[in-house]
Design a protein around this ligand. Sequence first.
Ligand code: ADP
Ligand code: ASP
Ligand code: MG
Length: 389
Amino acid sequence: MVPTVVQKYGGSSVADAQKIKRVAQRIAATRAKGKSVCVVVSAMGDTTDELLARAREISESPSRRELDMLLTCGERASMALLCMAISELGYEAISFTGSQCGIMTNDRHSGARIVEVRPFRVQDELERGRVVVVAGFQGVSYKREITTLGRGGSDTTAVALAAALGAQYCEICSDVDGVYSADPRVVTGAELRSAIDYDQMAELAAHGARVLHSEAVEFARRSQVALWARPTTGDGAGTRIDSTGDPSVSLAGVSGAKSLVELSASGSTASRRLLDAVSAAGLRALSFQTAVGMTRMMLSLDDVPDWHSLRDALPDDIGVRDGLGAVSVVGASVGGDPAAIAKLLAAAEAGDIEILSTTSSPLRVTMICKVGDVDALSRIAHGAALASV
Ligand code: ADP
Ligand code: ASP
Ligand code: MG
């Protein structure tokens, strides 16, 4: 049987016609090696941000359903253009939207979860020898509504399809050489990882490392798909995400998250009131802490395009603090090592960064700070964490 591979190309890899043609050549080279190729593609360059900005010119809190209709156009344009470029190279290619290739999701708009993949049309076309190009980041709910998977969600489309197709491997191709120990655009001296395990990659991704969408890592873990983060150009091997990682490396990395907000409530019924308010608004919490008479919750606004109206609708006794960010250090047992945490906090203090709160889990320490401090704190935490391993 011909092995199938799934390749995902991000927005910067298909930002203009020249780049689309180069991606088509990379796909053709894989096809020429006798593989069956299913491609997942993101919107060109900054298209998704531009479409969001257009929506905001009309409404501060646009309808999530209409926003999903708008944003999915970005990936649709890329898939059609990429198919044209592949055809120019003499290979047959066909594009499908998420809905056409059976990406079934729950009924949440902006941040839907994939519940099932029914890739029959993809399989039929691959068997005919065609390259199949799928629009990433989108699916269809059981109510037949078009949904989007959250910012960065094309990675999840790719891994979910790879699992459903029983692919030999799945490559997430982007403008970086793989997963580094921190965002290489922010931290000079960040190190390229050759391998990283699912748990640590999931922690990094869930706490702001954009290089992989966190649900993509969850899909890979569950299905054991061989997953690689690789550069679109050049022949770098990239980073393998698997169950063992690189046992010789104890610091996986540092990630920074922006656009966080803290909600709080006080009094004896604080937890319940806060939880009720957040679930009524359909928001997801990043962390939840309760102490004597006081409850706090951190939320990420990344996939909350209608925050403006949700915030207005919160009960008056819920406190809102926005403009927050977080820097997380992820590594084997870092969260359970008081000396390591003390060093991080001392380095932040020496760098004159105010840490508003700290939380930890076995593989992670997270420091909450003002959003303007995230990049500086990432550099400080990376330096301190590397020095102590
Ligand atoms: P794509 O459009 O290809 O999906 P993204 O912008 O979503 O690409 O993700 C790649 C970007 O992720 C890189 O350009 C880099 O700035 C950022 N990034 C953040 N953390 C990391 C990390 N630990 N390793 C590599 N890149 C990272
Ligand atoms: N185009 C979408 C975004 O910008 C999805 C993706 O790139 O994965 O978030
Ligand atoms: Mg991405």
